[in-house]
Design a protein around this ligand. Structure first.
Ligand code: NAG
Ligand code: NAG
Ligand code: NAG
Ligand code: NAG
Ligand code: NAG
Ligand code: NAG
Ligand code: NAG
Ligand code: NAG
Ligand code: NAG
Ligand code: NAG
Ligand code: NAG
Ligand code: NAG
Length: 822
């Protein structure tokens, strides 16, 4: 078979030859030089960039092969530049640092890039072209397939041509200040149908309607679009029916816009859809049944909308669904096990804050899923503790607050939920639960992993057991509004990770834990409305305290407020009201640096928006609910309802970041500190029911944010200073004193200059009087400046006193007129 042999050896030769040729050409390719005019174009492009960190050092004429330049890739056949990867630093944690800033290119994009006819990928993301718009010439880059200008601080409109390029598949313009898409006029827009990915999230489309912005996209006969991201861009309008035409769509991100109206039924046509994220809009109406046809869907987020009606049963067919988030909507009706029938992949189920009722018909329903996150707060689930949870052994977030459960906590609880990290079962009835068994059962004495535990409002009673060494990861513990008694267990007070402890409104008694103010972790402590006795613990001062909120209101604490309390220099809210504290007020409150503005505002914890921390505390304080707009940065000092005596220390007026001060119902004496007007952002001031005397300092009229004032039932005298604020309060803010002038009906006696102004703070009762006061001050100052040198000359003396007498009389006339008005 010689022909066979021949053909075989021929094949061998051929193979060797092609291999040889291949390796030759490969070597040739590595030496390929870039094309001269492309190099020139790149250098020109570099010229217009401000390159503070000299990242483009390799881009120079002595380094001829531009294919080896930083960020440049060439086509290995033609030597033409095909890719440009020049992203700036994208580390979000250090985004605004000067180091990152200098790494970013600034300047403008030179149109010389148009000469790179093979350029298919441009990535200039995370650079800073602030106040520039996207140049329209980019649309003439005929080979461009992918353009990434995310995080570039670009403004203006997206050029129409860019959306309609034919070649362009991926357009990423997220996180800019773009305000819209240029209208194409009467030119054809069919090429928009070639786009595969658009990301315009985090721009500023200022209420433009989604349909208007993307009409031509939705009209595509066969769209190739796989990913549409328009989150947080200020889009309004409804979700168009024609969205269903985007048959290749896999990712839909339209969260955090102003979208309204229902989800169209056509959504069911998006059979490739993997993820649909529409949270934080005003989407309303019922969910379409067609949702059940999204057979590829893995992630569905419709949270924080106004969706009503019932949860369609078809949702149970989404076998691939791993994440379902429908929390904070207006869904009603009954959910049964059918709704979960085929949700075999489900891992995260967030559905809290709807009006749904869970009814499982069989007593041994075993859900087809294994959840890690389950949040059904405010559903109607009880009265029995849901038994079907027994097989959910992977759960690490379990939220069943306010679900009408009135039951024992099952004994399999810690067996099943050994991975639990976050537990909120507050607002239920667990009056039959033994706190000892639940927290300290001998049988499962192993370490708990729990970080957050909320058992507030659950009718728990009994003495808290002392076994908290098993809970070493506990960060946030909330037992508010229960009937727990006994002392605070030592092991609880010593927990090294505990940051927030809320025992508000229980029956706890005994002395406060000694180390309460020395913890290296505690930031929030609310022990208000209990029966604690004894003195305030004394901070040792070894470490700077990080306590931010301390409320011991309504207990039976006695003794002095120790000066050492001023070591709590991070304190934002200090509430010692309604105890039996006595002695004088410490005069070192000006050490509270969060209240004196000595710390960065950033370090002041936004207590209100912190789900786990202060919001519960703030909600319980009904009387400050009117302040929701500023709750976040609340600073608050309340020592009212004690037995404190002595003067109000003037240091308190250095708390210029304080918003609320309450010293009422003590036995404080002396004057209101003169510099109270320095507390510029004070919104609420209560000094009532003390024994303060003297006048109301005139500086108080500069407290322009004051919207609550009470100085009633003291011994104050004189005229109430005038300001738009002070005169707007009711009589009741001032009664029980010897005050006069508006807003009180009582006219001040008109007695010359010294009226109501024993300390020279010029009482006044209207805007005119402020003017007069300043005239008067000018008068007095001018008087002595001029008069002193004149005393020697008798002639000049008489002359001047004549003039001065005339001025004085004008003043007297004014004053008479004013008195007759009031
Ligand atoms: C590269 O290839 C060209 C022709 O394609 C050839 O003339 C040249 O000699 C090759 N250079 C090297 C270094 O192999
Ligand atoms: C040009 O680029 C090369 C390669 O990065 C570099 O070594 C050289 O210092 C550069 N020359 C100039 C003048 O910047
Ligand atoms: C040439 O480029 C193509 C596509 O960029 C790549 O797949 C191929 O491996 C490259 N060839 C060589 C020899 O580098
Ligand atoms: C971008 O540059 C502008 C001024 O040119 C500057 O104000 C801004 O902070 C810069 N942004 C970033 C993220 O570096
Ligand atoms: C493109 O290249 C041509 C010739 O190579 C040159 O005349 C022209 O100025 C270049 N255009 C730009 C925008 O650099
Ligand atoms: C667009 O329409 C106007 C008149 O409506 C016409 O004058 C113009 O030529 C058209 N432009 C194109 C590109 O068709
Ligand atoms: C679009 O950009 C946003 C913001 O950076 C990002 O979170 C999102 O994942 C992007 N979308 C896609 C589909 O890549
Ligand atoms: C797109 O959707 C709309 C509404 O669903 C429909 O009227 C239109 O015919 C569709 N267009 C195409 C090209 O399929
Ligand atoms: C849903 O809300 C709309 C108004 O937004 C109302 O007309 C409709 O009756 C509601 N449907 C249900 C089932 O409550
Ligand atoms: C669940 O899936 C099975 C098998 O795919 C199917 O027979 C059944 O009808 C599905 N049930 C529901 C409620 O969709
Ligand atoms: C008010 O002051 C008068 C004397 O100035 C004093 O006799 C009286 O006891 C004071 N009242 C209160 C409540 O302190
Ligand atoms: C003020 O006094 C007058 C007359 O004494 C009385 O008619 C009026 O009701 C009083 N106003 C207030 C607010 O007390």
């Amino acid at each position: 078979m010689s022909s066979h042999t021949f053909s075989f050896s021929y094949l061998c030769v051929l193979t060797i030859f092609t291999f040889f040729q291949y390796s030759l050409s490969a070597e040739n390719q590595t030496n390929i030089q870039c094309i001269g005019y492309e190099r020139t174009a790149l250098l020109e492009f570099k010229n217009d960039l401000v390159d503070g960190a000299n990242r483009l050092v390799s881009w120079n004429s002595s380094n001829e092969d531009c294919c080896k330049w930083y960020g440049i890739t060439c086509n290995n056949q033609t030597g033409q530049v095909s890719e440009m990867h020049l992203p700036g630093p994208d580390d979000m944690a250090n985004f605004d640092t000067p180091e990152a800033s200098i790494q970013r290119f600034r300047g403008t994009l030179n149109p010389s890039l148009q000469n790179l006819s093979s350029l298919s990928i441009i990535d200039l993301s995370y650079n800073n072209f602030s106040s520039n718009s996207i140049p329209s010439w980019i649309a003439s880059l005929k080979s461009l397939v992918s353009l990434n200008l995310a995080f570039c601080e670009l403004s203006g409109l997206v050029p129409a041509g860019l959306m309609n390029m034919g070649s362009l598949a991926t357009l990423d313009l997220n996180n800019n200040q773009l305000t819209g898409i240029e209208t194409a006029g009467n030119s054809s827009t069919e090429n928009i149908c070639n786009l595969v990915e658009i990301n315009l999230s985090w721009n500023k489309f200022d209420k433009k309607s989604l349909l208007e912005v993307l009409t031509s996209l939705f009209e595509c006969e066969s769209s190739k679009l796989e990913s549409l991201s328009f989150a947080s861009s200020g889009l309004s309008g409804s979700i168009p029916e024609s969205l269903g035409n985007l048959s290749s769509l896999q990712t839909l991100e339209l969260g955090n816009n102003l979208l309204s109206g229902p989800i169209p039924d056509s959504i069911g046509r998006l059979s490739s859809l993997l993820s649909m994220n529409l949270p934080d809009n005003s989407i309303s109406g019922p969910l379409p049944d067609s949702l059940g046809r999204l057979s590829s869907l893995e992630e569905l987020d419709l949270s924080n909308n106004e969706i009503n009606g019932s949860l369609p049963r078809s949702i149970g067919q989404l076998t691939k669904l791993t994440t379902l988030n429908i929390e904070h909507n207006l869904l009603t009706g009954v959910v049964t096990e059918d709704h979960f029938a085929n949700l075999t992949s489900l891992v995260t189920l967030r559905a809290e804050a709807n009006m749904l009722t869970l009814e499982v018909s069989t007593d041994n329903w075993e859900p087809p899923f294994q959840l890690t996150i389950l949040s059904l707060n405010r559903w109607n689930i009880g009265p029995k503790f849901p038994f079907w949870l027994q097989n959910q052994k992977n759960i690490f977030i379990l939220y069943l607050a306010s679900t009408g459960i009135s039951d024992n906590i099952p004994d399999w609880f810690w067996d099943t939920f050994s991975s639990l990290r976050y537990l909120n079962i507050s607002d239920n009835n667990f009056s039959s639960v033994s706190v000892n068994d639940f927290f300290c059962s001998e049988t499962d004495a192993e370490q708990k992993q729990v970080i957050y535990m909320n058992l507030g409002n659950t009718n728990l009673s009994g003495v808290l057991p002392d076994c908290w060494t098993n809970w070493e990861f506990l960060n946030i513990l909330n037992f508010q509004n229960n009937n727990l008694s006994g002392k605070i267990p030592k092991t609880l007070a010593n927990l090294s990770s505990l940051e927030s402890l809320d025992m508000h409104n229980n029956k706890l008694s005994g002395q406060l834990p000694e180390n309460l103010m020395n913890s290296k972790s505690l930031q929030i402590v609310d022990l208000s409305e209990n029966e604690f006795t004894g003195g305030l613990p004394i901070p040792s001062g070894e470490n700077a305290s990080i306590l931010k909120l301390l409320s011991l209101r309504l207990n039976k604490l006695t003794g002095k407020i120790p000066n050492e309390i001023c070591r709590l220099d991070s304190i934002q809210i200090l509430d010692l009201a309604d105890n039996n504290l006595s002695g004088i007020m410490p005069n070192c409150f000006n050490n509270f640096s969060a209240m004196t503005g000595k710390v960065d505002k950033d370090q002041i914890v936004d207590l209100a928006s912190n789900e786990f921390m202060g919001s519960a505390w703030l909600q319980t304080k009904g009387r400050i609910n009117g302040y929701s707009s500023i709750l976040g940065l609340l600073t608050f000092l309340d020592i009212s309802g004690n037995n404190l005596s002595g003067l109000i220390p003037s240091e308190i007026t250095q708390l210029v970041e304080l918003r609320m001060l309450n010293l009422s119902s003590n036995r404080l004496t002396g004057n209101i500190p003169e510099k109270i007007g320095n507390m510029a952002i004070l919104e609420s001031l209560d000094l009532s029911s003390n024994q303060l005397d003297g006048t109301i300092p005139s500086t108080m009229s500069s407290l322009s944010f004051l919207n609550w004032l009470n100085v009633s039932y003291n011994n104050l005298t004189g005229r109430i200073p005038s300001s738009t604020q002070l005169q707007s309060f009711q009589d009741s803010s001032f009664i029980g004193n010897k005050l006069c002038g508006p807003p009180l009906n009582l006219t001040c006696r008109a007695v010359g200059v010294s009226d109501g102004g024993e300390k020279g703070n010029g009482g006044s009762d209207g805007p005119d009087w402020g003017l007069i006061a300043s005239i008067l001050i000018g008068f007095v100052v001018g008087f002595w400046v001029i008069v002193a040198p004149l005393i020697s000359s008798k002639l000049w003396r008489t002359k001047y006193f004549e003039i001065l007498y005339k001025v004085w009389c004008k003043f007297c006339d004014l004053k008479k007129k004013k008195s007759s008005f009031t």
